[in-house]
Structures are given as C-alpha cells and as structure tokens.
Design a protein around this ligand. Structure first.
Ligand code: LLP
Length: 423
C-alpha cells in the first residue's frame, strides 16, 4: 500500500499532482510520501503490539533527514552502519537508547563516537571487533551493551547479493564461535552481552526463512541462558519483502502472525525484548523517481526510451537486475504501447531503468514515474559521468517541499583542487 495514485489522468503523491512538482523542481527527482513511510511504520508496530518491539528503521535504505525525523517523531529507533549514519541519526535527535549499530568493519573512531553517543548496542560481527569495542569501552570507562550477530546459515529465496545469513557470507558469527564468546564473556569486562542479532537478507517475501532463523536464535539464547548468561534482546533484523511487480509478500500482520507464535512459545515467556530493523518495508513503496523522456529512438527490434534519469540516480536495475514498474505521470490517452528499454544518458550498456518492457507509447517531454524507489534509491546514487545528484522532495498531504536540493555543477568539484605541482 502506498499513497501514489491516479486522480483522473494525473498521478498524485498524496494530494499533490506529480506534474506540478516536476514543473517547479525540474527532472529527475526523488519524490517521497511521508504519509506512506508512517503508515508502514505504524502497521508493523501495531502488528507486533502485544510484545511492544523496538523498531529501528534501517537508515541505509533511506537516510534523508526529513524522512528520518518523521519516523523518529513517531517513536522509531534507527539501525546504523557507519559513523556517517550516526551523524545523521544525531542530527535528527533520535533517542540514542533506540540506536543499534551493525557492520562488519566498524573502525575505532566509529566505535568511540557511538559509545560516547550512548547508543543502545553494537551488533558485533567478529572476535576482533569484540576485543576492540571492549578495549575502547575500557579506555573510556563506559561499559557498553553488545549483541552477537549470529550467522544462522539460513538461505532465503532472494538475490544472492542481498543474502546475508549463510555460511558463504561475511556477516555474523557461526553458532559455535558465538557460544564460546558468551561463555567467555568474563574476558570482556566492559561489555554486557545483552543480545543476539540475526539478519538473513533482504527482499524476503516468505516467512519460512525468518521462522527458521528465529528458531535457531531462540535455541541459541536458551543454551547461553542455561549456562548463566542473561540475554535481554533478540534482534531479528530486517529483510521484509515488498511489492515491486507481482510479488505477494507477507503483510506486517501475516509476518507477525508467523513470528509471534514462535516467540510466544519461548522468547516472550522469558522476557526477551524484540528488536526489528526494517528498511525496505518502511521505505520501498514510499518513494518514486520522476524522470522526463529526452528522446525516443526506434530500433529494428525494440525502441529505446532515453530518459534524463540514469543508473547513477537509481542503480538497482543495473546492479541487481531489479524490476521497477514504470508508469506515466500523465496518462496520455495514446492507446499504442511499444516494446522498449528505458535507458539513461550514461555511457554504459548496463545503464537502464527498465528492460524490454511493453510501455505506453511516449514522446519527448513526457514524464515517467519509476515506482518503489524509496529504498536503496537516492542512497546508492553517485556522480558518475559528472551528473549532479538529484533532489529529494517530500509530500505531506497537500504540501510539498524540497528536502534536498539538486546538486550544482560547483558541488561536483567542491572537494577537488587542481594540483599545480603535477601538471
Ligand atoms: N539490518 C541489517 C543488518 C542489514 O544489513 C540490512 C540491509 C537491514 C537491516 C535492512 O534490510 P531491509 O529491511 O531493507 O531488507 N541495496 C540492496 C539491499 C541491501 C540490504 C543491505 N542490508 C537493494 O537495493 O536491494
């Protein structure tokens, strides 16, 4: 569910015609429905109401400050993966006791900064990292909660680039090593072994892999608790899939109905606090990318619709072969459709937003919406081909604002100097 819909011939974001925004800010741009972000957050919160989980929005999916602030105001915590994300988290004034920090490569500087910020916990992914956090916490005389990230060796049915919980992946610790660490927690006097973390992958549409992984995590918790280690938190990560095309993902309610019985039989009875780290579920369908057709090039076999947005703006189609629905911003009434690739101006054959699609016939100047771009859209964009990064516009009801302006040409070279000594 999202709040992008046609009223008559025009596509609206909440109560604003997309065309009106395009006329003001130019194309291409990202467009976010704040109401949709909040709807999704609330749906998840309500579905798990009986156990009152901590929802930490995974801000790697969308780290726009306005988006974060809206979610934080609603009570959301944040899942961060870098010092940069911590900086943003602080900027929006999140309650630090609702911040969790994952990443296989946290640097000493990042660890120190996060301890100083009094985040809730680190999700620890290696023995060396554990030692480093302990040493820094000791130096700072600030005991720190940690969760051990388990690699439960569960393979969800998703793109191999976004599978994270199998032995072949770099994430987390195998159960044996993790168990040993809990048993030796006395060796890390400045760490509180408070939680267990799992995250098995992204865009997972079925509940079965989650159930398997949660069961493994609960068994693990039982075993370390039995050995006398208090574990307070179970963080089941993110990964909930959304509709891009014809997927039939679980709803928040169905997900909760699948997971809650597993927890009820074990975790809640033992007073475990549940943490969720959804990124895509909250943000994916909350944003679109609006682009304008520059040229239409009719080849022998298919047409190329050349748009002003490209792989540097949205890399998911090129990188993962991801499908994003393409719809007209204004329905033209033209009845013919064409088989076409929607491509950008970048000098790469991999530069496409859609491949071999039957799309309504378009002409230069037409506006197109690339749907479901609220997650891993802007955040993965780049300046490739010296293309300035595009604006992010937010809508709430009948009002819209530029939450990030378009980069200028000067922005492109702002951090560079021509080194006279070498030229
Ligand atoms: N927690 C951890 C530890 C993660 O690594 C991730 C995502 C999440 C939570 C949030 O996962 P989500 O709920 O969004 O599925 N760029 C890829 C997705 C990469 C996901 C990385 N980790 C894409 O565009 O599909």
């Amino acid at each position: 569910m999202h709040r992008f819909a046609y009223k008559g011939r025009e596509l609206y974001c909440e109560d604003v015609p997309v065309r009106k925004i395009a006329a003001e800010v130019g194309t291409p741009f990202y467009l976010y429905s704040i109401g949709t972000f909040l709807d999704h957050y609330t749906k998840l919160k309500e579905a798990f109401q009986e156990i009152d989980p901590l929802i930490c929005f995974s801000m790697k999916a969308n780290s726009n400050l306005t988006v974060l602030k809206a979610l934080v105001n609603q009570g959301s915590g944040l899942d961060i993966v870098s010092g940069g994300e911590l900086f943003r988290a602080k900027k929006v004034g999140v309650d630090p006791s609702k911040v969790v920090f994952a990443s296989v490569g946290k640097t000493e500087a990042e660890i120190e900064e996060a301890i100083r910020a009094r985040i809730l916990m680190f999700n620890v992914e290696s023995v060396q990292e554990l030692e480093t956090i302990n040493a820094i916490a000791c130096r700072m005389r600030m005991p720190q909660k940690i969760a051990i990230r388990l690699n439960p060796d569960v393979a969800p049915d998703t793109h191999h680039y976004i599978t994270t919980g199998t032995k072949a992946n770099k994430f987390g610790l195998d159960l044996e090593t993790a168990y040993k660490l809990f048993m030796e927690s006395y060796r890390y006097p400045f760490l509180r072994f408070s939680g267990v973390h799992i995250h098995i992958g992204s865009q997972i549409t079925k509940s079965k892999p989650f159930i398997l992984a949660v069961r493994k995590a609960l068994q693990f918790i039982d075993s370390v608790r039995f050995a006398g280690n208090p574990v307070e938190y179970l963080n089941i990560g993110g990964g909930l899939g959304i509709i891009y095309s014809k997927e039939k993902p679980q709803t928040a309610r169905q997900f909760a109905e699948a997971i809650l019985p597993v927890l009820r039989s074990s975790a809640t009875r033992r007073g475990l606090k549940l943490i969720l780290e959804p990124g895509r579920f909250i943000s994916g369908n909350s944003g679109i990318l609006v682009t304008k057709v520059i040229y239409v090039k009719k080849g022998k076999e298919k047409a190329f619709v050349i748009a002003d947005a490209a792989m540097n703006d949205l890399i998911r189609p090129s990188f993962y072969g991801a499908y994003h629905e393409i719809v007209p911003v204004t329905r033209s009434g033209r009845t013919r459709s064409v088989l076409a690739d929607l491509v950008g101006p970048i000098c790469e054959s991999g530069d496409f937003l859609a491949k071999e699609r039957q799309i309504p016939e378009v002409v230069s100047g037409d506006l197109l919406a690339v749907m479901s771009c609220g997650a891993y859209g802007y955040v993965m964009s780049s300046n490739y081909n010296s293309r300035p990064r595009i604006p992010e516009v937010v809508v709430r009801g009948s009002r819209y604002f530029q939450a990030r302006r378009r980069e200028t040409r000067e922005d492109l070279v702002r951090n560079e100097t021509i080194v006279r000594e070498v030229v």
